[in-house]
Write a protein that binds this ligand. Structure first.
Ligand code: GLN
Ligand code: ZN
Length: 764
């Protein structure tokens, strides 16, 4: 009998109950007890629906009110000193770690967040040092296991394994210079032993131990640690299912196959090619194999035929009883259910599977592989065959014009007419910017008024004409403000945009949108990624109207504002029938037309944001070149169609450039702006060391907090910059868009920024 398994479930609730409850608790409108009650209700609904869909191995312990890595830190007593002794409840300490706390005389910033592998989910980074005293303060996996048991549902607890937990952490400020988090393994193992033996004592049969770092290159140096850790844990634990996802194990399978584990989970949606090697490696062991055949990262209905073939191959090698059919990863990266989508057409709905539908898929595939005689299973298989066939038919109806255009891209389309040094001269004459030009990253505060006008327009309560008038007024306010305080290169403020990806997706052919397709980004922040369903093209200009209106009311140069092809793709659910490269090229061609139209409309500077280029890096280094090759090329395809005098900008919300430096140079943007307010000088030294030759605006203050930077502080930041970067290459700007800020702090901060640039002009 082949079992089915779901590795983790969205935590938000089908109607965003958890998000609402958490935010109400933060606002002081809901008690801690009521928050816990709302969370328990959502857990109950998830468990009962998984049970109803006949999933054999139902996860528990994967639920969280903020982040699952933070759950481990909080339970393991990994709580940095600055959060201790503030007189807060455990729950409030937990939230303070995640989002900071500024109330009643307490003022602590949040811990650092990092992207969870190559996803848009962010985890809270554990801070570790020689001083860290691990202690099991409570056993969350056990609590939730028992909670489900009381509902009559047997679950499989999920925990993050000790080695991944440590490797995902970082050295805290207290740590000594060459401290490595992994050195704490002997100290953390007793905590894991206690946790696991408590599960065993409670009658838990098997436990899912996530070790996702096993798909990274660096895991190959950790074979000894894995051997030691699991040799210690296995004897006291329930059966351990070592769980990996998002990429392939490669040679790490050699040491994994020797571990005393009861099962191994591999991701066959991201790395189907690893099946053969893994089967060979574990064939003669006792290890069961969990096949991740239903994608936890995308929303397309699974093709049962492919999954069944993979399952049959595994069964042929290992026998029925050693094979489990599973989701490829936790389903936290997918929306809860299709059932609440009322605006998708029936045809579109038939293409997709969200979390609940995916649960049904694993159960059905497992039943088929168990040779179930159930007529419902046969019917489900037949229904899947029909809908996949229909989707394939739709996928084959490509947009010939778009395909032809991609096929006829010529090499010169990737390059500007002249090299940067020449362009810089032409642009100097055309734009007439002063030394140390000041500018912003694009958006200005998205006020309540803006959001409410957008909502009214969406509902039809105000007409298109009224909404246009409203937006024009907003743009005028932003333009007049920038003129007043003396910014040089202006922006229109992006009041018309709900989101930097959705806004473009809605205007391009080839995308569809959900009403409730929320996916967790971090904490209570959820996004609704658009879905690319067919060839992408631009039916008409998207931003020209707004940028040219803004330009028409000012003598200063206006900077047009677009989201780049790679970011549009990385923050959407991509198609799976054609490569990402092709999708990115199509997006790039659409953007190229927009860039050229902006230029023709008299916009002399155009920014194409690519904050997601880095997060899209493949997890295995050997795959980087291929990705960076097309990612950089498509950015260039989007931007290189303009004359020398048009200044192209790009923006990145990160500063972690080390590994991809040459790619940033290869983008050949005239100006890049980067996050710098929280980084140290090392970053700029890297730019210097690599001889970065184009212009650069290292963000002089952090827009993620309402704090206003003083003029002197910005001057100091600039001075430091100028010791490293040649003055003629430096732009002065904040480190990201201002949409989440209020007007009050925006006004003072930008006034201080302008004053600092003026100081530099006079003194450098
Ligand atoms: N132009 C965008 C803005 O200012 C850039 C946002 C981003 O980098 N995430 O809002
Ligand atoms: Zn940014």
């Amino acid at each position: 009998m082949v079992f089915s398994s779901v590795l983790g479930f969205p935590r938000i609730g089908a109607h965003r109950e958890v998000k609402k409850a958490v935010e109400a608790y933060w606002a002081g409108k809901l008690s801690a007890a009521d928050l816990q009650k709302a969370a328990a209700d959502v857990r109950k609904t998830s468990w009962t629906s998984l049970k109803k869909h006949n999933v054999d191995l139902i996860p528990s312990g994967d639920f969280t009110l903020y982040d699952h890595v933070l759950d481990h830190s909080a339970a393991f007593n990994v709580i940095p000193k600055r959060y201790v002794g503030l007189g807060l409840s455990d729950l409030d300490v937990f939230f303070a770690l995640g989002r900071g706390r500024q109330a009643d005389g307490v003022d602590v910033p949040s811990c650092e967040m990092k992207k969870w592998f190559d996803s848009n989910y962010h985890y809270v980074v554990p801070e570790l040092s020689e001083e860290t005293k691990f202690k099991l303060l409570y056993n969350k996996a056990l609590q939730e296991y028992n909670e489900a048991k009381e509902l009559g549902i047997t679950t499989r607890p999920v925990i993050l394994g000790p080695i991944s937990y440590l490797v995902l952490g970082k050295a805290s400020k207290e740590a000594s210079a060459n401290f490595e988090p992994i050195s704490l393994l002997p100290k953390i193992l007793p905590v894991y032993k206690q946790l696991l033996s408590e599960l065993k004592a409670a009658g838990v049969d098997s436990v899912q131990v996530d070790e996702p770092i096993l798909v990274l290159d660096k895991a190959s140096d950790l074979d000894k640690q894995y051997a030691t850790a699991y040799a210690e844990l296995a004897p006291v634990a329930p059966k351990i299912i070592l769980t990996t996802y998002f990429a392939r194990l490669d040679s790490n399978i050699n040491f994994i196959a020797k571990l005393p584990i009861a099962g191994l989970h591999i991701d066959l949606t991201r790395a189907p090619e690893q099946l053969d090697g893994v089967l060979t490696a574990i064939k003669s062991t006792q290890i069961n194999l969990s096949l991740g055949v239903v994608s936890g990262r995308n929303i397309w209905k699974s093709d049962f035929t492919t999954a069944i073939k993979q399952g049959q191959k595994a069964i042929a090698a290992l026998g029925h009883d050693r094979v489990i059919i599973a989701t490829s990863s936790s389903l936290l990266h997918t929306p809860v259910t299709l059932a609440n989508e009322k605006q998708l057409t029936e045809q579109q709905k038939d293409w997709f599977s969200f979390a609940l539908e995916k649960a049904e898929e694993v159960a059905t595939i497992a039943a088929i592989l168990s040779d179930s005689q159930d007529p419902q299973v046969a019917a489900a298989l037949e229904a899947n065959r029909i809908s996949i066939a229909k989707r394939r038919e739709f996928e084959h109806t490509s947009d010939d014009a778009v395909r032809k255009r991609v096929a006829s891209i010529t090499p010169d389309m990737y390059h500007r007419k002249s090299e940067f040094a020449i362009r810089k001269e032409v642009q100097a004459t055309k734009l007439q910017l002063p030394k140390f030009p000041t500018t912003t990253i694009g958006s200005f505060p998205q006020t309540k008024e803006i959001r409410s006008a957008r909502a009214k327009h969406g509902k039809g309560d105000i007409t298109d004409a009224e909404y246009d008038e409203f937006l024009k007024k907003e743009i005028e306010t932003v333009v007049r403000f920038q003129e007043k305080i003396g910014l040089d290169l202006l922006v229109h403020g992006e009041p018309e945009r709900n989101d930097m990806v959705q806004y473009f997706g809605e205007q391009l052919n080839g995308f569809v949108f959900t009403q409730n397709g929320w996916v967790q980004s971090y904490g209570s922040r959820y996004v609704r990624p658009p879905i690319v369903v067919s060839d992408v093209s631009r039916p008409k200009p998207m931003t020209v109207k707004w940028s040219s209106y803004a330009q028409s009311i000012t003598k200063n140069s206006m900077k047009g504002m677009l989201t780049g092809p790679v970011t549009l793709l990385n923050w959407s659910f991509p198609r799976e029938d054609v490569p990402r490269k092709l999708q990115s090229q199509q997006l790039a061609l659409a953007l190229r037309d927009e860039v050229i139209d902006l230029e023709a409309a008299g916009i002399a500077a155009i920014q194409v944001d690519e904050p997601a280029i880095r997060e899209g890096l493949p997890l295995r280094r050997s795959d980087w070149n291929e990705y960076l090759g097309w990612a950089v090329d498509t950015f260039k395809l989007a931007t290189a169609g303009v004359e020398d005098g048009t200044q192209t900008h790009s923006h990145f919300c990160y500063s972690d450039f080390g590994d991809i430096f040459t790619s940033i140079q290869r983008l050949d943007a005239d100006v890049i702006s980067i996050e710098f307010s929280k980084s140290d000088m090392k970053l700029l030294h890297t730019f210097q060391q690599y001889g970065y030759s184009n212009q650069i605006g290292p963000g002089v203050y952090d827009i993620h907090s309402p704090r206003v930077p003083g003029e002197q502080e910005i001057i100091d930041r600039l001075k430091a910059t100028l010791t490293i970067i040649p003055a003629h290459l430096v732009f002065v700007n904040p480190d990201c868009g201002l949409k989440t800020r209020g007007w009050k702090e925006t006004e003072t901060s930008l006034a201080n920024l302008v004053a600092a640039a003026r100081w530099a002009r006079a003194n450098v």
